[in-house]
Design a protein around this ligand. Structure first.
Ligand code: F6P
Length: 319
């Protein structure tokens, strides 16, 4: 393999730039030419390529977002669109592609691999919801952003003796909410992976008040319900007043944490090594603190990775 390309796709995540940097620098170190593709799969279809040099990725390791931009492409979801993308890659002599993104982006990479373009996938999403890896790029930074917000909200909750409901991103996954809830000392955490009962939430709030607690923080993952909906339910069912805070896209921005920069560098470099070995249809990830690579198909198999122990601990510590 002589020439590869790299793109970022789906929701941006802090650390994507560090991954792009790693791919470019590792590729050049290995004697490969590397092209950047702008605007994700849409840019692939439209041939938005630019050759990247060592200096093209200077001064980006600390920047949030993605210098290659990102997009969600409806056209790429059609076979016609994907065939156009393959044509563009062939036209530019590109023999392999590194895809940095979430599971939707990985599905696209699998399709491209089946059309004859070997792809390797670097997991980057604040949701931390990719099967086969314990950590995705961006999760740690987003978690710290959420914690920073919870700490600030707690100041007001304590000073004014209020109950706050904080809505956290994560799409259908509860990792961000669970880790944030545990690290932020939340009294209640609602996650899509676990059943909840409104009477239980009310009981917990009341038992807290009963032992003199004057404030409370509830974390609700967006995949459960909107925070405003929960506030409504608590008001209706038990006349409990709450304040709602929806953190939104603040969680996706900002300079990546040191940890995200490190794993982005490791994942990006490994993705290039795999392509250089002539392998495609591979995802990169982390298992037991070790960088691993595995069949892309595994990403789409039934998920059994949910951290039950961490959830149980969060409940024990917030009684
Ligand atoms: O996948 C990352 C994520 O931020 C999710 O947590 C959230 O549900 C979604 O993207 C929001 O997407 P958009 O920015 O397209 O509204």
């Amino acid at each position: 393999m002589k020439k590869i390309a790299v793109l970022t796709s789906g929701g941006d995540a802090p650390g994507m730039n560090a991954a792009v940097r790693a791919v470019v620098r590792k590729a050049i170190y290995e004697g490969l030419e590397v092209m950047g593709v702008y605007n994700g799969y849409q840019g692939l279809i439209e041939g938005k390529f630019e050759q990247l040099q060592l200096g093209s990725v200077g001064d980006i390791i600390q920047r949030g977002g993605t210098i290659l931009r990102s997009a969600r492409s409806a056209e790429f979801r059609t076979l016609e669109g994907r065939e156009k993308a393959v044509q563009q890659l062939k036209l530019h002599g590109i023999e392999g592609l590194v895809v940095i993104g979430g599971d939707g982006s990985f599905r696209g990479a699998l399709e491209l691999t089946m059309l004859g373009i070997p792809c390797t996938c670097v997991p980057a999403t604040i949701d931390n919801d990719i099967n086969g890896t314990e950590f995705t790029i961006g999760f740690d930074t987003a978690l710290n952003t959420v914690i920073d917000s919870i700490d600030k909200i707690r100041d007001t909750a304590t000073s004014h003796e209020r109950t706050f409901i904080v809505e956290v991103m994560g799409r259908d996954a509860g990792d961000l909410a669970l880790w944030a809830g545990l690290a932020g000392g939340a009294e209640t955490i609602l996650l899509p992976e676990e059943k909840y009962e409104v009477p239980t939430i009310i009981e917990r709030l009341k038992s807290g008040t009963g032992r003199g607690k004057k404030h409370s923080i509830i974390i609700v993952a967006e995949g459960v319900m909107p925070a405003a909906g929960l506030a409504e339910l608590l008001k209706q069912e038990a006349n409990i007043e709450t304040h709602v805070s929806v953190l939104g896209h603040i969680q996706r921005g900002g300079s990546p944490s040191a940890r995200d920069r490190v794993i982005a560098s490791q994942y990006g470099a490994r993705a290039v090594e795999i392509l250089k070995e002539g392998r495609g249809g591979i995802a990169i990830g982390m298992k037991n603190h070790t960088i691993v690579d595995y069949d892309l198909q595994e990403v789409f198999e039934e998920n059994s990775d949910w951290d039950l122990e961490l959830y149980a601990l969060s409940k024990e510590l917030s009684i």
